[in-house]
Design a protein around this ligand. Structure first.
Ligand code: DLZ
Length: 286
């Protein structure tokens, strides 16, 4: 059956032929098998997809060879660079919007060889590619486990987490806050909460400072492993709001001074994962 559709175009002269070959190569089109015979020469360029389209009604403002691209701005830049180097007098339009949710530009690298490059403004045309969790915490229950060690930092993480939950619609009564001595104790408390209380997610908050913690690596590895394992075993989302820092300054920066508040971020991640889990357990509808 049909194998390929070929658009044949007479270059007009050997100079034009070379110019067109150079232009299409510059635009990144893959070269196909051309020919070189005594009486004629041909250069082929391949596109991954070809269409034959018919229409009635309003014309879609396209002229010459029509090339759909994935990145119109990059194609425009490549065309402009080529024209500047080889054909400064050739015409290149600005990128403009069309009436069919696309953008396009036209270029005539060689007189009589007009090309229209275009791309959809929304290449997915409204179809979501991924299922995302929403950021509404209404109707969700959370357990926050916060370490007392380095409280000057962990109190700020707690403030950030509560801010995120309450601003996203959680009720204060639906947030259980548990304090533990240090980061080491977080997984154990988290396990008891998930066993004995009905929560939708756990938000662990702690702060380990390398310079002040002789067995930093040992504590950190075990806390991270414990929280990860709990998440896998219980199927309840556990975010990770345990800071691991070189010094107090770095910790302060991550607790709201400069680089955001990791408690806030951990709470948002928990909300998103609860929402995502709910969607996935209902069959994955976005
Ligand atoms: C012992 C200790 C040290 C040295 N440093 C920290 C730390 O930086 N952050 C933290 O959350 N906890 C620390 N801890 C306490 C341990 O996590 C644990 O609470 C104690 O060893 C008691 O089991």
């Amino acid at each position: 059956m049909v194998k390929a559709v070929t658009f044949l175009s007479a270059a007009g002269s050997p100079e034009n032929f070379e110019m067109l070959r150079s232009f299409f190569s510059a635009l990144g089109l893959e070269q196909g098998r051309g020919w070189d015979e005594p009486e004629s020469k041909g250069a082929a360029f391949l596109a991954p997809l070809g269409n034959i389209e018919f229409f009635t009604g309003r014309a879609p403002q396209l002229s010459g060879i029509i090339v759909e691209v994935t990145n119109l701005d990059a194609a425009h830049q490549a065309a402009a660079a080529w024209l500047k180097a080889y054909a400064p007098a050739a015409s290149l339009t600005d990128i403009e919007d069309t009436h069919w949710k696309s953008r396009l530009f036209t270029v005539e690298p060689v007189p009589g060889h007009k090309l229209t490059f275009w791309a959809f403004t929304d290449p997915l045309r409204g179809k979501p590619v991924a299922i995302d969790g929403d950021l509404s915490a209404a109707g969700m229950k959370f357990g926050i486990v916060v370490a007392r060690w380095n409280a000057v930092i962990t109190d700020r993480l707690l403030e950030g987490a509560l801010d995120a939950l309450l601003r996203s619609g959680a009720r204060r009564d639906d947030i259980l806050i548990v304090r533990v001595p240090g980061a080491w104790e977080i997984p154990m408390a988290a396990r008891t909460i998930t066993d004995k209380n009905s929560v939708d997610a756990i938000i662990p908050l702690g702060c380990l400072i390398r310079g002040e913690t002789a067995h930093y690596e040992a504590i950190y590895t075990e806390v991270a492993r414990g929280i990860g394992q709990l998440q896998q075993e219980t199927g309840i989302p556990h975010s990770f709001g345990v800071l691991t820092c070189e010094n107090l300054e770095q910790a302060l920066n991550r607790a709201g001074i400069k680089a955001g508040n990791k408690g806030f971020e951990a709470a948002i991640a928990a909300i998103e994962m609860v929402s995502l889990n709910r969607k996935l357990s209902k069959g994955g509808r976005a």
